[in-house]
Design a protein around this ligand. Sequence first.
Ligand code: PHE
Length: 453
Amino acid sequence: MNKINKRDTFKSKIGTIAVLAGGCVGLGNIWRFPYIAGENGGAAFILIYLAVSLCISIPALLSELALGRNQRCNAFRVFRKIKDKHPWKNSGILGIITGFLIFSFYCIIGGWALKYFELAIMNDFSGKSTAELSESLNNFIQGGIEPYLYGIVITTFTTIIVGIGVVKGIERLNKILMPLLIFLLLILVINSIFFLPNSREGLLFILKPDFSAVTWNTIFQAIGQSFFSLSLGMGAQVIYGSYISEKDNLIKTAVSVSLIDMSIAILCGLAIFPAVFSFNIEPTAGPTLLFLTLPNIFTQMTGGYIFAILFFALVVFATVTSTVSLFEVSVSYVMEEFQIRRRTACLWVFFALLLLSFLVAESQTKDSSLVFFGKSLFDWFDQITSNFMLPLGGIITVIFAGWIAPKTLLKDELTNKSTLTTNTKYFSVIQIMIKYVSPFFLILLFLELIGLL
Ligand code: PHE
């Protein structure tokens, strides 16, 4: 087992979908999508999101999966193996660096979730006022060392899973956690919709179509969100693609994963916003929503003790399945480029991340010296990766798959060498999306994000 150069393959179709969906479902689904949807026209936004996914993100996802499965190697080597003389041959390194940087702050947020899971079990929210909850959150984050220690727990768990291997570690974990996550989510949704007073208002917030709230900016928001949510532009899907069986239908897999990812995001909204409105609280997003607004609501809700535990368990599951995918990007790179065993590579990456995430956690402490131009290292990493590196990585990948790689690559992978007749029929449409539509909109998004549009 775990021999260098022997490539693992996911064992089952359902396992493959669980792994890919696990990599996609994360904080983006929980604390970002529902809020953006609510603020940008509810169902109108969801429709735009669907269209954007079909025309822009799914083609990008297909490009990454196809490149990975075709070359069966890490996300850096893929480009070199396909065109070793092309000026872009080293561009895969961008994805490896992006994944590494994202991990360094994502594990800290995972640590916050773990801490809040523990607080929920200890019934710590109960009886606290909003001001007290806010103070304890600030003390915790600004304490630096505690979030770091919780982050280490997340990183250690991730290292163990990835160290066990692709099938026995990664596939098995996702096959257990993803159904569990959906189960927890459904319990929370049912409680929010049927048992909370005045849940209608929250439902209307996310579901009522309001086309007047849709602007150009809405479309950019939809593209950015769906891109982040599907974990594109940083090699995660390339590396997962490299473990997909040759017999699997990539188009079906990509569409299923994107539908699951979107459905979970909508369900998160249905769990969260009826509760927010039911207690007359202003809707918010991000850390404030998870670590302030919701604990505050749980203290007031009937059965809040149990629901808080279920909710933070769900957040921890969602983060861990994502950190595993991020970690695998670096590990497969180190393994194959330095020709070392999986477990040794895991240790290298683990120690490197211990160091970097320490700096990230430290940058959030009071009077930290790791604040540059008014922003902590944490915020810099977050913003540079989401607003610059991910879209750039995405553009490079779709252009590479559509224009630079041999013409037969995409067709062979997306139609399993023309043996899948339905896929063959639609291939030319998908090819147009990959070659023209997806790069065009991703370039627009990139220009918008760096302020040139
Ligand atoms: N897709 C994850 C989310 O929605 C974030 C992520 C991005 C995870 C890139 C891995 C890689 O939260």
